[in-house]
Design a binder for this molecule. Sequence first.
Ligand code: ZN
Length: 452
Amino acid sequence: MSQRLFLRLSALPAALLLLTASAFASNPLLFEQVRVIDPDTGAVSDPLDIGVSHGAITAPSGLPADTRRVAGEGFYLMPGLAEMHAHVPPMRAGQQQIEDVMILYLAHGITTIRGMLGESGHLVLREQLASGELVGPRLITSGPSFNANSVASPAAAADMVRAQSEAGYDLLKLHPGLWPEAFRAIAETAEALGIDYSGHISVAVGLDRVLASRQGSIDHLDGYGEALVPPDHALHGTTPGLFAINLVAGMDPSRIPELAQRTVEAGIANVPTQSLLENWATGDVEALMERPAMRWIPEATRQQWQDNLARIRSQIPEGMAEPFIDIRRELLAALHQAGAVILLGADAPQIFNVPGDAIHHELEIYVGVGMSPAQALATGTTNVARYLDQADRHGCLVPGCVADLVLLRSNPLEDIRHAREIEGVMRAGRWFDRAELDELLEGVERRAAGKP
Ligand SMILES: [Zn+2]
């Protein structure tokens, strides 16, 4: 489908769009006698048949006789996961590297990514992924970053919001260094245009202003560290460093419940990316290098990650790495317990966070702080459906839903690590069985090793 035609069609209602995606969806398919996971209720169904046609879940009864069948006995079907703080490599990285990153996401059960540092080429990529021209998840993309360097004045910030909205980006990405006046201009313009703004909390803006705004998500639990330091503490208002790591000695955990409650009341979601921060602060470099997923990362990138890690480590105050991680975990647990919205996000590819693989480390952390496996899966499925107001695209395996799903060999509700045991992935009705995923991954591994 031509780019222009697709753009025109994208203005059509979702139901019609499904029909236009039928070339991608390929032939109808039937999962036979599979158990279905519902992340919202934590329920597992009895074995049943699930039909797929024209890219959507359908009743099995209406499928033609020559429908492809996938034996589901002993397997578990769960909705595809969304990685809500993903990165798509910049276009200058080259088409092959971008395609390899897309394969890594999909092969790990991720059927939607929210790209958090977009550029105009990503808008084209978004359509290529939507039409099935490229293998990979659905892409939701931010525009270029709003930060100290890109935003010269509040008026310029408002212009930038309008330009990105007009260009067709799905959201605005906020980075550090914004002044309150610029943040206000971004927020007001974005709200008037109905476009999401999400990401970091600039130090000068602070958590209070963000909680009073309609920012979509706070990423990396940014801004909470500063807010945990009482106003009368000597460290209050001093240079916070990376995610307030310089302030750990001044953070008062007794302030956590109130901040969690205020987050619930604000209705603002958090995308923790805790796995990345744990790599930075406390990860054992040798163990990180030996992770099996590292075979998909080119040597030059691995070296760069090691160098970046060393640089970050040199900035962490003595003895503060573990307390930093502990208080972040305590905050994440409190946000969850208070009922704040958590969205699954790991931040990859970044320092030892391999696309796709990182999401499974992130899920394990969520369970580690007290979520049930179902609640952890909800962060990447049903919570995303509510956040994006797309109940037919996320966390949904009933007729009419987009057929984005993962077939697992073991029950992830018994052990969240079972979410790694992937037998196949379906993206908008196109089925990738284990053999095809392995072939795709072998290609990524080969190229990472520098072989043609
Ligand atoms: Zn990021």
